[in-house]
Write a protein that binds this ligand. Structure first.
Ligand code: ACO
Length: 335
């Protein structure tokens, strides 16, 4: 059995910065409210006509990750694409990335696990590498939220939180058994499926049905979030799944060099930091600048932490996520 390790990281953020002040000019909200509840100061929104899409942002992040891994696009054996905002209803965005990267053919798979998407994809990559089936797996998390949010006062509880962007990682075979992804831990609880969801359009609510109803009060095609329930579950599940990962590897919280939590909400990250007694230099947050980019958030944050020299050879890196499904997971990595 092989190990797998992250050999290259990349990110792509659309240029267009949307501040809390910008939002307060189109809906009833304020910089103070948003910062106090979420920590977010600004986020990126794709500008119409810029050409940025979920797949194109993913491909841009992937090109950087592949180059940093000292590989070429032709070395990629499998593409795993995590998103809740794919370019099309079908096919998935993974095949679009394969074409954008000029890879003639390779398997490409989309992973539909929202905020936990990157952790699920990373674990899937790890399994394929461990069995020896593939050597280099490209894992992408990318989201284009902005076009689908209710940018009126009605949707403010959700729309101020989310931003667009992509991150990518190349996962590669590693011979050293003490290095790379030590373990992955995945969970879901469908009982809460509708508490953080976008119900229509879907096979449950087809487009012709929505059009025929012609109901201006219909909100089913906007994301819905039961914010307080999400918060309460997030803090418990984040803590549980980090502890599960540490215990599996016989490690104590003090062994963590860097925790990179999914950037859901700064208050959630701070709660987890406090719970594990970690210092500010042991938890990476960039939600202040990008908002919540769902499947993109961990690879973007991991890329930035690495670029800033905060992820070093030999470090114990913990990735953890919680989100819609509910789904949650963690990955324990010896860099
Ligand atoms: N600006 C101003 N006021 C707002 C806004 C806004 N953007 N959004 C909601 N309000 C108002 C509400 O209308 C409500 O007004 P009312 O008291 O007159 O009815 C008031 O603020 C309080 O609303 P709540 O929804 O109760 O606010 P809460 O304190 O719960 O904060 C929040 C909302 C920030 C979403 C919080 O519940 C939270 O952090 N939840 C966690 C969810 C989360 O982080 N999700 C991230 C995405 S999911 C994930 O990644 C896991």
């Amino acid at each position: 059995m092989y190990q797998s390790r992250i050999a290259g990281l990349g990110k792509y953020l659309p240029e267009n910065v949307v501040t809390n002040q910008d939002l307060s000019e189109i809906m009833e909200t304020s910089d103070e409210w948003i910062q106090e509840r979420t920590g977010i100061e600004e986020r990126r929104h794709i500008k119409k006509g810029s050409g940025d899409t979920t797949a194109s942002m993913g491909a841009a992040a992937a090109r950087i990750a592949i180059e940093r891994a000292d590989l070429s696009t032709q070395d990629i054996d499998l593409i795993l694409f995590a998103t809740l905002s794919p370019d099309y209803y079908f096919p998935g965005s993974g095949v679009l990335v394969q074409e954008l990267l000029d890879i003639p053919t390779c398997p490409a798979m989309d992973i539909r696990n929202q905020c936990s998407g990157f952790i699920y994809a990373l674990s899937t990559a790890d399994q394929f590498i461990k069995t020896g089936m593939y050597k280099n797996v490209l894992v992408i998390g990318s989201e284009n939220h902005s076009g689908g949010l209710d940018m009126t006062t009605r949707g403010r509880g959700v729309s101020v939180i989310f931003g667009d962007g992509a991150g990518a990682a190349v996962i590669t075979r590693e011979e050293d058994p003490d290095k790379g992804i030590l373990s992955s831990h995945l969970h879901s609880q469908g009982k809460f499926a509708e508490e953080l969801s976008l119900i229509g359009p879907s096979t449950n609510r087809w487009v012709p049905e929505i059009i025929a109803a012609n109901d201006p009060t219909d909100e089913s095609y906007y994301p819905y979030m039961n914010g307080q329930l999400v918060f309460k579950n997030a803090v418990v599940r984040f803590s549980e799944v980090i502890m599960e990962g540490l215990t599996t590897n016989g490690l104590a919280p003090s062994a963590i060099d860097m925790l990179i939590p999914h950037q859901a909400n700064l208050r959630i990250s701070q709660f987890v930091q406090k719970k594990f007694g970690l210092g500010n230099d042991q938890v990476y947050n960039n939600i202040q600048r990008y908002g919540n980019t769902t499947a993109g958030s961990i690879p973007i944050a991991l890329t930035e932490a690495w670029e800033e020299g905060k992820v070093r050879e030999g470090d114990l890196i913990v990735l953890a996520a919680f989100g819609s499904g509910f789904t949650w997971g963690s990955s324990i990595i010896r860099w």
